[in-house]
Design a protein around this ligand. Structure first.
Ligand code: ARG
Length: 457
């Protein structure tokens, strides 16, 4: 049953119909569509379009449809163009011609955006929960690995010693920002477009605020033309998802590196690694590679929708139908990746000695310069002096820690500095005790702050 057959003669071309139909993917809006229709019917009753018995019929028909969706017994028909037509078709089958009153004053244009927003209102908290689960695993790792030291890297070159806990938590905060962004998007989704009609606003005096209340929205749109075309919330969601994917990909990439023989910092648990069909010795980090790869996909979904939105004429254009697959796919990707990471990260075996061994003495160069600064030498000069020491050690094929007293005296004739306590990761780390630094006592505070974030939602 088509919702728009009146002015047409003959039937649609089968391939054109297939292209036009969205039922394959907008079925995911089934429950939201029924909820929207129940609230709409209520309004139609309140303004006298539906008498009590018609309203009751609609209500019982829609409730039955909802049950069918919930019990997975709803039968889709080949003629169902989209979820809205499917529900209306079924309503006719159940209650007869009264079903024809439901769409009074409503358009699929305001309906679909309402359904879609409702879906996100339900789904974003589930996604946030999955991110939160993963964040809490990162915090647990940080607690567990509090005594493990490692080099930090800049430009992927060894930089300064840090706690492994600090490194774990460096992935917590980006995810925290993702959560905050999603909460903002959730707010945007809370604006109800229903009542905007096709483009100009509904011609029936429904109470939009009451509708919004009933459906769980926090506000109503102020311009019908904007409301039926607005997909900012979907684009925002895709940005949030892409950003989250990018954050996860950065962690994943480093797990891939750190589990390689070249680094040897971590080992993968068998449950989260895969073998090779040809090379019997292989143990591959597929889970992390896929996490990295899927970030590209997420970015593509965002770019795709943004491109679709660009330059669209006012109000509803069929291009907008493309919004749903992108959002569903992005949601599915993250909901597939996050729970696996939540198990794979705790299962990683850590090799503290390997991590410590990677802190070669050159990473203490900043600490050496800082010591000179404390002895009154301007930092720029100290930087050059220690740079010269690095050069001297490289030229003589030794580590900077192996320079003799006499050599140091030659390098820095003016003052006597005792460098002997510098070459310890723990000593270096303990000096970085500003908020946000890697000293153990501030990392412990960081863990508490992170835990408090997790309690907020
Ligand atoms: N399936 C459509 C979509 O997802 C519903 C809205 C159709 N509106 C229209 N004027 N044809 O966007």
């Amino acid at each position: 049953m088509s919702l728009w057959g009146g002015r047409f003669q003959g039937t649609s071309d089968a391939d054109a119909w297939k292209l036009n139909a969205s039922i394959d993917f907008d079925q995911r809006l089934a429950k939201q569509d029924v909820a929207g229709s129940i609230a709409w019917a209520q309004q139609l009753h309140e303004i006298g379009i539906l008498n009590v018995s018609e309203f009751k019929d609609l209500l019982s028909g829609l409730t039955q449809i909802l049950n069918e969706f919930e019990n997975l017994t709803f039968q889709y028909q080949p003629g169902d163009e989209d979820i809205h037509s499917a529900v209306e078709r079924r309503l006719y089958e159940i209650i007869g011609s009264t079903a024809g009153k439901l769409h009074t004053g409503r358009s699929r244009n305001d309906q679909v955006s309402t359904d879609f927003r409702l879906w996100l209102l339900e789904s974003i908290p589930i996604l946030i929960d999955a991110i939160r689960q993963f964040q809490s695993q990162l915090v647990k790792r940080a607690e567990q690995d509090i005594n493990v030291v490692m080099p930090s890297y800049t430009h992927l070159q060894r930089a300064q010693p840090v706690l492994l806990s600090h490194w774990w938590l460096s992935f917590f905060w980006p995810l925290e920002r993702d959560v905050q962004r999603l909460l903002f998007t959730l707010k945007e989704c809370g604006i109800m477009p229903l009542g905007s009609g096709a483009a100009a606003g509904t011609g029936f005096p429904v109470d939009r605020n009451e509708l919004a209340n009933q459906l769980g929205f926090i506000g109503i749109s102020q311009n019908s033309m904007d409301a039926v075309s607005d997909r900012d919330f979907a684009a925002q969601f895709l940005f949030d998802a892409a950003m989250c994917g990018i954050h996860l990909s950065k962690l994943a990439e480093q797990v891939v590196m750190f589990t390689s023989a070249e680094f040897g910092f971590f080992a993968l648990d068998d449950a989260f690694s895969t073998g090779s069909s040809l090379m019997p010795q292989k143990k591959n980090p597929d889970v992390f590679e896929l996490t990295r790869g899927k970030a590209g996909n997420l970015l593509g979904l965002l770019t795709g929708l943004m491109s679709t939105l660009k330059g669209l004429p006012s109000t509803y254009d069929k291009d907008l139908q493309e919004d749903k697959q992108a959002v569903f796919q992005a949601y599915d990707i993250l909901m597939a990746v996050l729970p696996v990471l939540s198990k794979a990260i705790p299962s990683l075996k850590i090799f503290p000695e390997k991590l410590r061994a990677a802190i070669d003495p050159s990473v203490f160069a900043t600490d050496l310069a800082d010591l000179l600064v404390k002895a009154g030498i301007p930092f720029r000069e100290a930087h050059t002096l220690i740079g010269n020491a690095v050069k001297m050690s490289l030229e003589s094929g030794r580590g900077i820690h192996q320079l003799t007293r006499t050599e140091w005296k030659k390098l820095i004739p003016d003052i006597e500095v005792d460098f002997s306590n510098v070459f310890s990761p723990e000593a270096s780390i303990s000096t970085r005790c500003v908020v946000g630094g890697t000293a153990p006592q501030v990392v412990v505070e960081q863990i508490s702050t992170a835990r408090r974030c997790l309690q907020v939602i």
